[in-house]
Ligand binder design. Structure first.
Ligand code: SF4
Length: 382
């Protein structure tokens, strides 16, 4: 006689990570529980960082038992940690198959996203920690200096997988946390091409009842997806915005960032000019200095012109040499470039990527995990 499967065993646990307060309230109501229990779970998850129902002692014992049966809190799983001499920790995280929660038709919503590996980086500093998170596994944007681009797009991340990276990094460093947390969306993927889950995770991150991170301490970096910038401009809850510029002319940018053919500098900077900055806010422009390619005095003067009339900060990031056809810029060149911008009154900083001894760029660890040869490759993130 065929054995009977109990009905409860047929119910797939529902991952509550990444759900908004409204979704959690609706979920609790669907269980016949009072809606306010959803708000209590939201607080326990993000404000208290409790990841098992048994520890949510503000809930009745029976409800905790029921949630353990009928729901789940699934954090990304650490499969590898690479620790750098400067304290940087790079995590390789495994993502399970999950539902495509961003899809807006019910059929696609039932589609399963495949398992994937991504990277998250934890960088401790004196009074704060910065966590760099991925928004997609792989990336379709194809920047020529980027190792993630060689993966292609594997899949989008869900809101739970995006916020889960912050939670995992904070949990793993719980005993050494500093008072301030910065989050940068600069890992694998183009955040504005996975818009809804990214925005859903940012709402939780910035929510005073959620993770309560200041909007001044969360930065989304884009390769320049103009419709995404325009859409973000309309959001009530927004992080700071950084643009990966890396060139002083369309011709130059086309060469290293093919996305520029679709959204050329004029359109990109026009969207930047229309972006509604808050009084304390500025746009950050990231500029990777590729020796002999985009680091001349003329390039610097063109950058000054391009960014005129914008409230900006410019980060100059000297390229780390690899086998790609770019050279490390000469220190004197870096200083000359910086000085031209500074002399025009621009806020400009030279940034060196951290954790170089554990490969400080998005995509590298993911490639290792996939068994690809990485020795001849190097990469920068946005
Ligand atoms: S730099 Fe960013 S947008 Fe460009 S390919 Fe790499 S991950 Fe994608």
């Amino acid at each position: 006689m065929a054995s009977q499967t109990p009905e409860s065993a047929l119910i797939r646990p529902r991952n509550l990570l990444g759900k908004s307060p409204e979704e959690l309230r609706a979920f609790l109501e669907s269980l016949g529980e009072p809606a306010y229990r959803g708000a209590q779970i939201y607080h326990a998850l993000y404000a208290e960082r409790r990841f098992d129902f048994a520890s949510m002692t503000n809930l009745p014992a029976k409800l905790r038992e029921r949630l353990a049966r009928e729901a789940a809190i699934e954090l990304p799983r650490i499969i590898r940690k690479h620790c750098s001499d400067d304290g940087t920790v790079r995590y390789v995280l495994a993502l399970e198959a999950s539902k495509d929660s961003a899809a807006n038709d019910s059929e696609a919503n039932d589609r399963l996203l495949p398992p994937a590996t991504i990277e998250t980086v934890f960088m401790p500093e004196e009074n704060r920690q910065t966590i760099c998170i991925s928004t997609q596994a792989g990336c379709a944007v194809d920047c020529h200096f980027c190792l993630t681009a060689t993966l292609g797009l594997i899949r989008n991340l869900t809101a739970g997988e995006i916020i889960g990276q912050v939670l995992v990094a904070l949990e793993d460093n719980r005993s050494a946390l500093k008072p301030q947390t910065n989050v940068v969306l600069m890992g694998q993927g183009e955040p504005l091409l996975n818009f809804e889950p990214v925005v859903a995770s940012i709402r939780i991150l910035l929510d005073p009842n959620g993770m309560n991170v200041s909007p001044k301490h969360v930065t989304l970096s884009t390769s320049g997806i103009v419709p995404g910038i325009e859409r973000l401009a309309r959001e009530k809850v927004r992080p700071k915005l950084a643009i990966s510029l890396n060139a002083s002319s369309n011709e130059q940018r086309n060469e290293i960032m093919p996305i520029n053919r679709k959204y050329p500098l004029e359109a990109l900077l026009d969207a930047c000019r229309r972006y509604p900055l808050r009084p304390w806010e500025h746009l950050t422009f990231e500029y990777v200095l590729l020796g002999g390619f985009n680091d001349s005095n003329d390039d610097a003067r063109r950058v000054v012109k391009l960014l005129a009339n914008l409230r900006t900060k410019v980060n100059l990031i000297p390229w780390n040499p690899g086998d790609l056809p770019y050279a490390k810029p000469d220190p004197a060149r870096i200083e000359a470039f910086r000085k031209i911008l500074a002399d025009k009154g621009m806020r400009v900083f030279v940034r060196y990527s951290r954790g170089q001894d554990v490969m400080a760029a998005c995509g590298q660890l993911a490639l290792m995990e996939m068994g690809a040869a990485t020795s001849s490759l190097t990469q920068i993130s946005q």
